[in-house]
Write a protein that binds this ligand. Structure first.
Ligand code: SAM
Length: 255
């Protein structure tokens, strides 16, 4: 049997397993959330839904930086278990993005960060989101374009992850078509590149803990090869700098 990565069947990640290390390697992303929240007028009566909230890092950040009521759903009981330990004030529910357990026209803002590429079928989630949004509500998907995947540091050391992730991450224009088909208007995408940052020891530690889901998708041989090169780069004192890039896909529900 080949020791190389098999590129088929790469959608599923066992988040109940990942939940045990997720918060050791991921935190909330204030810069990303700022990009989202600055676009939507929110007040005390606003209600926000975080789809695929995971351990509620961003859910909690939104709850603490706005006056809105914030709700999160996720399809991993392990991730929700971690979320509930630190976010007792937030309503969290075990649910699929394709079957949101909420009435029609409930939310002013629905967002999802780093979830789109996990969905086997995107249109049912988009139709559900359209249903639960209030008139004039906004939907924001934070994801990465294929070009942004090419520029990741992880792609440099584990090139096969880029091949896998281009299969997992929907093309931005295709995702926008799905939004329009569901009835969203003013569908737009905004690429955003954060300032370049030098990668410290935490990047190596995250890779060593397989804190990035695509590292669970490659063969042990490909993982070990990349890890060896990454450790060598750290040992040689190479300056590893990375400018994280995201794409925000927006859609409005017009009246
Ligand atoms: C990379 S994590 C992102 C978590 C969180 N949004 C964040 O930015 O930290 C992806 C999350 O999506 C969830 N997920 C995957 N498929 C889902 C689905 N169909 N419905 C709801 N959640 C889903 C996973 O359980 C996991 O918690």
């Amino acid at each position: 049997m080949s020791r190389r990565t098999d590129l088929t069947g790469t959608k599923n990640v066992d988040y109940d397993k990942v939940a045990k290390v997720y918060d050791q390697v991921r935190t909330s992303d204030p810069k990303m959330m700022h990009q989202i929240l600055r676009e939507v007028p929110l007040g005390r009566n606003s209600i926000i839904l975080d789809i695929g909230c995971g351990t509620a890092n961003n859910t909690l950040l939104v709850s603490r930086t706005t006056h809105a009521r914030v709700v999160g759903i996720d399809l991993s009981s392990g991730m929700l278990h971690e979320a509930k330990k630190k976010a007792s004030e937030i309503h969290l529910a075990y649910a699929s993005a394709n079957h949101l357990p909420f009435g029609n026209v409930t939310f002013d803002l629905v967002f999802m960060t780093e979830v789109l590429h996990h969905l086997a079928d995107v249109p049912p989630m988009i139709n559900e989101t359209f249903r639960v949004l209030r008139a004039s509500g906004e939907f924001c998907i934070a994801t990465q374009s294929h070009e942004q995947i090419d520029h990741r540091m992880t792609t440099r050391f584990f090139p096969v992850t880029a091949k896998i992730d281009k299969g997992r991450y929907p093309d931005i224009e295709v995702a926008k078509k799905h939004l329009r088909a569901a009835g969203f208007t003013n569908v737009r995408s905004k690429p955003f590149t954060f300032a370049r940052i030098p990668l410290g020891d935490e990047y190596l530690e995250t890779v060593e803990k397989k804190g990035y889901s695509m590292l669970h998708k490659i063969s042990e041989a490909d993982y070990q090869e990349g890890l060896k090169e990454l450790r060598a780069a750290y040992a040689a004192g190479d300056r590893l700098e990375y400018a994280p890039g995201y794409t925000f896909i927006w859609g409005s529900k017009s009246t």
